[in-house]
Ligand binder design. Sequence first.
Ligand code: SAM
Length: 345
Amino acid sequence: MAAVFPTLCPTATPDARLTDSHGRVIHDLRVSITDRCNYKCVYCRTGEGGALYPELSIEEYLRLIGLFVGLGITKVRLTGGEPLLRRGLVELVEELARLHTLSGEPLDLALTTNGHLLGSLAAPLKAAGLNRVTVSMDAVDAPTFERITRVPGSFQNVLGGIRAARAAGLTPLKINCVLLRGFNDGQIESFALFARQEDVVVRFIEFMPLEEGRLWSPQIVVPLTEIVERIGRVLPLVELPPREPSETARRYTFADGAGEIGIIAPVSQAFCGACSRVRLTSDGKIRTCLFSQVEHDLYGRLRTGVDDAELRAYILRTVQGKEARHHIGEPGFLKPSRSMVHIGG
Ligand code: SAM
């Protein structure tokens, strides 16, 4: 199909690549394309429908993402809010799939979703050029799942979505589960079995202080060591070596070699030193860390009519100032002004 949008042409000189003042190379961009969500997960949202931020047009996301790719981004992950709610998503993916990295490879294109609408969208997204999806799923039994999402019937939809994604070839399929003590930590062992039954990689994520309300405490976090120990009692685990230094998940296979689980432990075993990531919010602000106290208004600059060279210079300067690390659990820690659903998880 012919290109519909006009502005997709990353150009950059090799010396203009995204790095920060701590020596990290940034090659991973997460883009929120809406902060609306059709779930009200109890650990994420208050259920009162917090502030929504504006969304850019599909053409504007394309222009901004194209600039980042021209500065060395090799992987783009679309997220939200719930990205499958965004009108124009398939066309956006189709256009992004035309982009190439600075070394001439196709862009690595992934998406994070709650999976509710994936049953009908998995095949069109794959056909448009999406490589992989990660589906968020916090329980493997319907009553627990629906107590968390607060949407009746959501469990069957998500299970159907996962199977549709696998059938469409959006693999390897990852399932992300945020564990909270007292909510869903009873699911750990069942998830390990689910990973093998459904041929998916289940990744447990430690809960971070990014919720709309006030739920987080160190006690509610289920740490990596506990997860490994509990699964190991049921199915012995063998740790796998990291595939790249910036890999966020500690990976394990089962002793018989069938299946994989991962654990992402930003709280108990922070990996900021190897972070290769920046974020663009749905309203076009750059966030150089999930826990940034400042946002950088890239879209505001675009609106003033400046040219691409100036926007690129702004992105390079901004990323240089990326924070060294987050300060979760330290005295004086401040939650960011936006919660996870409004930043883009
Ligand atoms: N709606 C999409 C989804 O469900 O994947 C994308 C947005 S959602 C905010 C992205 C991920 O962030 C989900 O896996 C969710 O469970 C996770 N998440 C939300 N709040 C979190 C928190 N406070 N700590 C860790 N992960 C969180």
